[in-house]
Design a protein around this ligand. Structure first.
Ligand code: PRP
Ligand code: URA
Length: 208
């Protein structure tokens, strides 16, 4: 699992427990997703390039910094929407694309229904967000979309990853680093992550 970074932080461990808890309401699930994604964004962006600027304080001029990397955040619909505000809180300059995929319940293979990306992906750092990496089919397909549109630097951010999904994604796109809050045990026969947190989209939006 050399492509995988588990982001180890007490605040993340606390929030993963809230998200796993079947008693957590839809509202608490959404607010927790926003907070945990903001904490994760610190590690995912730890090596961003900077450009020096000059800043005038009330007292004198000094050196300041701006991000030199053009950042594009891409949530995988639907559940990736839950991570977007936490990332935008700390990356307000980012542009946002969307990719819509859902898993066919029988084959577990992804079905695509939407894709819209900002111009100039070739030069951007793309942060692809989806809380669940299960079989890896959706993440693999989303990255293939992004590469067809020219993206060269992509990072995939999940909350809960299954070993099966990490292996599939790393085999299909070995150039894409994977960040996750936890690596869970396995998938069940229906393709759900164990222990997992259930269906992330349904828990966010109160659907079933
Ligand atoms: C979930 C999740 C991922 C996908 C992961 O979406 O948000 O996109 O499953 O599974 P995989 O790794 O096996 O592809 P889902 O298909 O439930 O769609 P939804 O978010 O629209 O409900
Ligand atoms: N998608 C989810 O939302 N949860 C899982 O456990 C697997 C795929």
């Amino acid at each position: 699992m050399k492509n995988l970074t588990i982001i180890d932080h007490p605040l993340i461990k606390r929030d993963v427990a809230i998200l796993r808890d079947a008693a957590t309401t839809n509202h608490l699930f959404r607010t927790t997703l926003r907070r945990i994604s903001s904490v994760m964004a610190f590690t995912v962006t730890h090596d961003l390039r900077l450009r020096k600027t000059r800043v005038k304080t009330p007292l004198e001029r000094t050196t300041g910094y701006r991000l030199a990397d053009d950042i594009v955040i891409v949530p995988v619909l639907r559940a990736g929407l839950g991570l977007i505000d936490g990332f935008l809180d700390v990356l307000p300059e980012a542009r946002v694309g969307h990719v819509g995929l859902y898993r066919n319940e029988k084959t577990l293979e992804p079905v695509d229904y939407y894709a819209k990306f900002p111009q100039g992906l070739r030069k951007s750092l793309v942060l692809l967000l989806d809380p669940m990496l299960a079989t890896g089919g959706s993440a693999t397909a989303a990255i293939t979309f992004l590469k067809r549109r020219g993206a060269k630097r992509i990072r995939f951010v999940a909350l809960v990853a299954a070993p099966e999904g990490v292996k599939r994604l790393a085999a299909a796109h070995p150039d894409v680093p994977i960040y996750s809050a936890v690596l869970d045990r396995e998938l069940n026969k229906s393709g759900y992550i164990l222990p997992g947190l259930g269906d992330a989209g349904d828990r966010m939006f109160g659907t079933e």
